[in-house]
Ligand binder design. Structure first.
Ligand code: GLU
Length: 307
């Protein structure tokens, strides 16, 4: 695919609640990497999971990021509006219908030789006759099959700024979930497809995100390859943890921007965010943009000490 658009970075929050210190730190890093390298910077609202996402939450997240001085290029993309693009991408891929329930997958995955966490391939090589039978069995339960990628590689290698070359397994990932005929649900698009299609659409060649997502990068990069998209460069950054060393969560205390603002001015919160990425004595986004040096970002998880 040819792009006349300039290369870009992005931040892609899921709007299921206010961003906490860890999310804000990743957003700041994504903005810094993009702007320091002269890239465009986009916001993508990952509201593909309609049950867990809300427009109100998306608005609050964008307001919080703007309050910190993080600015972005337009337009903001909302995944709930991108169904046609996902459908067009699905057409280009080698796929098959999958009739398995979660339980089927669990049972098949516990068989000897099954690879943990990987789809055991139950529906990959069915005959047309077997498919018609499985389809009718599902229809009797008012269910539609899911669509999976027929992967032609077992593993894929990505390049990450901090982690170097990273090779991981490629699976027959779900691209579209099975729907329920009774509730007239077409079935939700799967995250792995949406993220790759949207990164391609926005010409994202620099993906900054939490390192909990490193494991999904090879499968996503493989999918990009299958769609004829350029391989993005990855920058997976360590997460923020609580005093016990567990990934920071909202229940850990006053960790969202709005909660923190009840206790201290925004400049102080900003200094704390900047200190967590190795920049001291700054109170604004512009100052941190001048001073941030990616080599000083600790590769350990950052522990947030709450009062
Ligand atoms: N929406 C994902 C999250 O909030 C980010 C995924 C990505 O950056 O690729 O964790």
């Amino acid at each position: 695919m040819q792009h006349s658009q300039p290369a870009a970075g992005r931040y892609a929050p899921s709007p299921s609640g206010d961003l906490h210190f860890g999310n804000l730190r990743t957003a700041l890093l994504a903005w810094l990497f993009a702007r320091q390298s002269g890239r465009q910077f986009f916001m993508r609202v990952e509201d593909i999971d309609s049950e867990r996402s809300s427009m109100e939450s998306a608005c609050r997240q964008l307001e919080d990021l703007a309050a910190l001085g993080i600015e972005w290029d337009e337009p903001v993309i909302y995944q709930h509006e991108r169904g046609d693009a996902y459908a067009a991408a699905l057409e280009q891929l080698d796929t098959y219908e999958c009739y398995c329930s979660r339980r089927d997958i669990r049972e098949a995955a516990s068989a000897p030789h099954a690879q943990p966490g990987m789809y055991p391939g139950t529906c990959r090589d069915l005959t047309e006759e077997q498919r018609a039978y499985r389809r009718s069995q599902l229809a009797a339960q008012d269910r539609l099959p899911a669509i999976r990628l027929r992967a032609h590689a077992h593993e894929w290698t990505v390049t990450d700024y901090y982690k170097g070359e990273f090779t991981g397994p490629v699976d027959d990932v779900i691209l579209k979930r099975g729907g329920n005929l009774k509730q007239a649900q077409a079935g939700d698009w799967a995250y792995n497809l949406a993220v790759v299609v949207d990164d391609g659409h926005q010409n994202i060649d620099q993906i900054v995100r939490g390192d909990d997502l490193l494991g999904s990068a090879p499968a996503q990069a493989y999918l990009a390859h299958e769609l004829g998209l350029k391989q993005p460069n990855y920058i997976h950054v360590p997460l923020v943890v609580n005093a016990q060393g567990n990934r920071l969560a909202k229940r850990d205390g006053a960790v969202t921007l709005r909660e923190m603002l009840a206790e201290k001015p925004i400049t102080e919160i900003f200094s704390q965010l900047a200190a967590s990425i190795g920049v001291s004595d700054v109170t604004s986004a512009d100052e941190v943009l001048e001073k941030f040096d990616p080599r000083n970002l600790s590769q350990e998880a950052w522990a947030l000490v709450l009062p």
